[in-house]
Design a protein around this ligand. Structure first.
Ligand SMILES: [Zn+2]
Length: 188
């Protein structure tokens, strides 16, 4: 589908790839003991970040890591409800997530929920197979924000939400000199 007529209203952030925080599924804490799906993020404090060039990394097992500079940018701009947890073995690097929710349009995003589990109510996989659209009943008050998607995406223990920022936020990040973030379109 040609998207040039659709209005871009926000951006999804992604960072550069980084090594896994946990080597195997069994080692990943915060997961359901029966189905192994992730229920919460538990940070490996002995994780050592190897690459140190960019301001945002996504580990292969779906943890978002940012730099001191990224954190300072967020603090100076007073974005609410963000979580930064410093990783002990990687001084200056923080596990990062946002708590405020950006509601997506499941139908137009073609979100697929695979195999709901009775043990904990989680899904083995949640996949967004379309482009990203905002839910029509979710009203944005500003174009300067940092939020997360209302679902966590991925498979089993490897799941995380999308981090979504306003268009103004993107420009401010670029002006601030934050490096190594990819911005993906979110449509009206
Ligand atoms: Zn379970």
């Amino acid at each position: 589908m040609d998207k040039k007529d659709e209005k871009i209203i926000a951006k999804i952030l992604s960072g550069h790839d980084a090594e896994c925080m946990y080597d195997t599924r069994k080692e990943t804490p915060g997961t359901c003991p029966i189905c192994n799906n992730r229920l919460e993020d538990v940070i490996n404090m002995s994780y050592k970040i190897r690459k140190k060039r960019w301001d945002m990394y996504d580990t292969y097992d779906c943890f978002c890591i940012v730099t001191e500079k990224f954190k300072r940018f967020c603090e100076e701009n007073n974005y609410p409800d963000l979580t930064f947890i410093q990783i002990t073995a990687s001084p200056g690097y923080y596990y990062f997530t946002a708590e405020g929710v950006f509601k997506m349009d499941d139908e137009r995003c073609k979100v697929k929920f695979m195999n709901k589990r009775e043990c904990c109510g989680s899904y083995d996989e949640i996949i967004c197979s379309g482009s990203f659209y905002k839910s029509p009943d979710f009203i944005l008050q500003t174009d300067d924000f940092i939020l997360r998607s209302n679902h966590i995406f991925g498979s089993f223990e490897r799941k995380d939400p999308f981090i979504i920022v306003g268009l103004k936020t993107m420009r401010k990040m670029q002006d601030y000199g934050i490096k190594g973030i990819y911005f993906h379109n979110v449509y009206e």
